[in-house]
Write a protein that binds this ligand. Structure first.
Ligand code: PMP
Length: 425
């Protein structure tokens, strides 16, 4: 049971790895949008293993294909010829925006962002990077160095040459502006940072399309367009980190499609494998064709993970998960806005598709993190697993499998309202 696992974990797992909930449950089974614990209790999963299980847990159509591949050919390394990784790359070129065409496969989100930054420095010949405050890009040395969110920066000695611009967080504008009159000052600051902190032509600007761990921070309209104009003047490449936002999550295949710009390089991971470890970075042929020195990632693009990737893209299209993410997201935010009228603890509701956040605040707008913890613990006891993020850890994060139904959304909204009423919040 959970206690025995916690004891063993203390002894054998490095202490950086905490766990969610004061009284955690041991999950033993998953089925689409539902999870089951060791005592047979059922949960609606509203976090999807942090935006991974977009097609649902143990999705039968995907599992069947992956199991067949596991029983046929697992691995040879893609220095040898197999077919699936080339087919998946072709498919990625088809579903990604603009002229993004050539792919490098690896296994985790950290490797994908790291590789994207490497490619940008190879293409531009410049190592300097602009990143956003409170962004998160990975746990490798460079990935952590471009991570602007303090609580995930374990490293006291980050890599040099990285400069941070303010994140586009309108609810608590880091520049103290009002949206109506700001003229996208946060985007304009990218120009200021380039002028004041760099040699004038940084190799890359990296940003999550919607910042996940920072608290589901959705940039205002026009933000990425303005940033891209600035970058173009300095020959700086735009890397979109779609690790958390990709594969239908926001109602489009990739979140950046909601903003009408095309990145030069895109990093993807998480939901591409729906539980199988696979990630990739994708760029235009012009940029990719400068990456000529030989090398592969041993497990990158292996037959099992790429079978999962192909099955995922097939499932998303066949079952129109983008449409469901969009509709269920609207339903969820409308329901949250109703609850907000009766419960002032919900200060802000934001998101796109099924990447939706509700920020918990006190009357003076200060973060209500302890209250959120209490609500999440109680919702877990009642069968609802919901995530948490934000710099002050006060944002309730809904990122469920995209197969979630209208009835599931009603259930979680009703449960939330009941808990807030009982706790007089
Ligand atoms: N980028 C983003 C936006 C992420 O959310 C994460 C992980 N939460 C990463 C990169 C790193 O991915 P991984 O944990 O697979 O290395």
């Amino acid at each position: 049971g959970p206690e025995a696992i916690i004891e063993k974990k203390k002894k054998y797992i490095m202490p950086c790895l905490g766990h969610f909930y004061k009284e955690p449950r041991q999950f033993v089974k998953g089925s689409m949008q539902y999870l089951y614990d060791s005592e047979g209790r059922k949960y609606l999963d509203c976090f999807a293993g942090v935006s991974v299980m977009n097609c649902g847990h143990c999705n039968p159509e995907i599992t069947k294909k992956v199991q067949e591949q596991v029983g046929t050919l697992q691995h040879v390394c893609n220095i040898y010829l197999t077919e699936n990784f080339v087919n998946l790359a072709e498919k990625l070129a088809e579903v990604t925006p603009g002229k993004l065409q050539k792919t490098f496969f690896c296994s985790t989100g950290s490797e994908a962002t790291e590789g994207a930054l490497l490619l940008a420095s190879i293409y531009t010949g410049n190592n300097e990077i602009i990143a956003l405050r409170n962004g998160l890009h990975g746990r490798t040395k460079l990935g952590m160095s471009v991570t602007g969110i303090q609580m995930w920066r374990t490293d006291e000695n980050p890599v040099g040459g990285i400069h941070f611009a303010p994140n586009p967080y309108c609810y608590r504008c880091p520049l103290g502006k009002k949206r109506e009159t700001c003229d996208l000052a946060c985007a304009n600051m990218v120009e200021d940072v380039i002028q004041t902190s760099t040699a004038g032509h940084p190799g890359a600007f990296i940003a999550e399309t919607i910042q996940g761990n920072a608290g589901i921070v959705v940039p205002p309209e026009g933000y990425f367009q303005r940033v891209k104009e600035i970058l173009a003047q300095h020959n700086t490449l735009f890397i979109a980190d779609e690790v958390q936002t990709g594969f239908g999550r926001t109602g489009r295949m990739f979140a950046i499609e909601n903003f009408g710009v095309v990145p030069d390089i895109m990093a993807v991971a998480k939901a591409l494998g729906n539980g199988a470890p696979i990630s990739a970075f994708i760029s235009t042929a012009e940029i990719a064709d400068t990456y000529t020195r030989p090398g592969a990632s041993t497990l990158g693009g292996n037959p099992v993970s790429t079978t999962a990737g192909l099955a995922v893209l097939d499932y998303i299209e066949k079952h129109d998960l983008c449409q469901n993410a969009s509709e269920r997201g609207e339903q969820l935010r409308a329901g949250l806005r109703e609850i907000q009228k009766r419960h002032a603890i919900i200060g802000d509701i934001r998101g796109l598709g099924l990447m939706t956040g509700a920020e918990f605040v006190h009357a003076d707008k200060s973060p209500a993190a302890a209250e959120l913890d209490d609500v999440l613990e109680t919702l877990k006891d009642r069968g609802f697993i919901i995530g948490k993020n934000g710099v002050a850890r006060n944002v309730m994060a809904f990122q469920p499998p995209l197969v979630i139904t209208a009835e599931d959304i009603d259930n979680v909204l009703n449960a939330l309202e009941m808990v807030l009423t009982e706790k007089k919040l």
